[in-house]
Design a protein around this ligand. Structure first.
Ligand code: ADP
Ligand code: MG
Length: 396
């Protein structure tokens, strides 16, 4: 395949390793400076220039977009997507993951453990938000920090309030997060490629530092993940829309707590810790997927007027419980079931013989009018009580 690595750091360890792994495997690979692309929407179809000249044909790209150029970088990736060039990480996926608040918001509805998190704007709401996540000491984070910069542990509510106020006065958005004390300066980085964790390491903070980032002096060691941690990592990457991702998890008392998902994970620390060929695995995965450029399913399927995608719940359509899919009448009503979600498992392209159960959720494509009557009423919000370790409960 002909592969372009989009990177502004051709000499960085990760870029070099990816390039040489691709070369060793006989691929034609170039490292292209993300900032030298020109997005061209002047002709009949979307196009790209590189260094002012028309870009040659590529089969795939591997974006390594740094935090300082997210906007331009994701625009370039989006342009490749419009040109049907395969990318393991889409512009949407990169944007989702880049912003820690956005990532946490998206993960929060998918039954994935996350540290209790709050986001407020008015200073009058700061104190309640801190209490809500468990009180001081509390973690304060810049939405787009990396390498541990912009992650602060505030020992007291008053200090936390002052830090938040100061940051907000310089127009920096910050989130407020429960301090996961039991993780004790350690965290787990899982490198996800496709639907597998291909390497994992534990990072340990240096001295009395609580941030375990390698750039903050953290040390690394290989770790064997339990299925619970593997699943949390793979599902987080999938939900973000990333096929290559570094998922950071704290080890909470009740299991993994996903802190962030990195769309351009560094390879040096994890290859050193695990002695695994992570770069090679990434290149092999891309070569294997090149034939399947990303398709925005909802966008494309909604083009036929009156048709669209909806999720139908079996329990709100009680007559379907215990019925074979082939006898459900859905097909006759012009409704096709694309996937069937049952607990944590997914049955793709379910067959006629599948017997529907009360908890099933069906992702369907079909006539919107036919599906309207089958869609559950909007869920009413109920006040929720978040479970926190007893020691973290705010004093009252
Ligand atoms: N809520 C938290 N509780 C305990 N430690 C945390 C928490 N959030 C972050 N940390 C520590 O700080 C490090 C950096 O935080 P992270 O959100 O990953 O930001 P960055 O993008 O800068 O790496 C983590 O690797 C972890 O060691
Ligand atoms: Mg991190």
């Amino acid at each position: 395949m002909k592969l372009a690595i989009l990177s502004r750091a051709p000499r960085a360890y990760s870029t070099q390793r990816l390039r040489s792994s691709a070369e060793e495997r006989g691929h034609d690979v170039k490292v292209l400076n993300t900032l030298r692309f020109g997005i061209d929407l002047s002709a009949d179809s979307p196009d790209l220039q590189y260094r002012g000249r028309p870009l040659s044909d590529y089969d795939a790209i591997l974006p390594r977009i740094g935090a300082s150029i997210t906007y331009f970088g994701t625009a370039v990736v989006r342009q490749f997507e419009q040109m049907d060039v395969y990318t393991p990480n889409t512009a949407n996926g990169i944007s989702n993951a880049r912003d820690k608040l956005r990532a946490t918001q998206i993960l929060s509805r998918h039954n994935i453990g996350i540290p209790a998190t709050a986001f407020v704007r008015n200073r009058a709401d700061v104190r309640a938000a801190i209490e809500r996540v468990g009180g001081a000491p509390v973690v304060i984070k810049l939405l787009e920090g990396t390498q541990g910069i912009g992650v602060i542990l505030a020992p007291e509510v008053k200090v936390a309030e002052a830090i938040i106020e100061t940051l907000q006065s310089t127009n920096q958005n910050v989130l407020i997060q429960h301090f996961v004390r039991e993780s004790r300066g350690k965290d787990v980085r899982a490198l996800v490629v496709g639907d597998r964790v291909i390497a994992a390491m534990r990072r340990r903070a240096n001295g009395d530092e609580f941030r375990s980032n390698v750039h903050r002096g953290g040390s690394v060691e290989a770790v064997e993940l339990t299925p619970e941690y593997e699943q949390a990592a793979v599902r987080s990457a999938q939900i973000m829309g990333l096929k290559v991702a570094g998922v950071d998890m704290l080890e909470g008392d009740e299991g993994p707590l996903v802190m962030e998902v990195n769309s351009s994970p560094g390879l040096q620390g994890i290859e050193a810790a695990t002695q695994l060929d992570v770069a090679g695995a990434i290149v092999d995965y891309i070569a294997n997927q090149v034939a399947f450029p990303e398709i925005d399913v909802r966008q494309r399927l909604s083009v036929s007027t009156g048709y669209g995608v909806a999720e139908l719940l079996v329990h709100t359509n009680a007559e379907l419980v215990g019925v074979r899919l082939g006898d459900s009448g859905l097909w006759e009503r012009d409704i096709t079931v694309l996937t069937l979600h049952r607990g944590a498992t997914v049955i793709p392209n379910p067959r006629k013989g599948v017997v529907l159960e009360a908890g099933d959720r069906m992702l369907c494509f079909g006539k919107l009018e036919e599906m309207r009557s089958m869609i559950p009423e909007r869920r009413r919000r109920r006040p929720r009580v978040r479970k926190l370790p007893a020691e973290a409960l705010p004093e009252s």
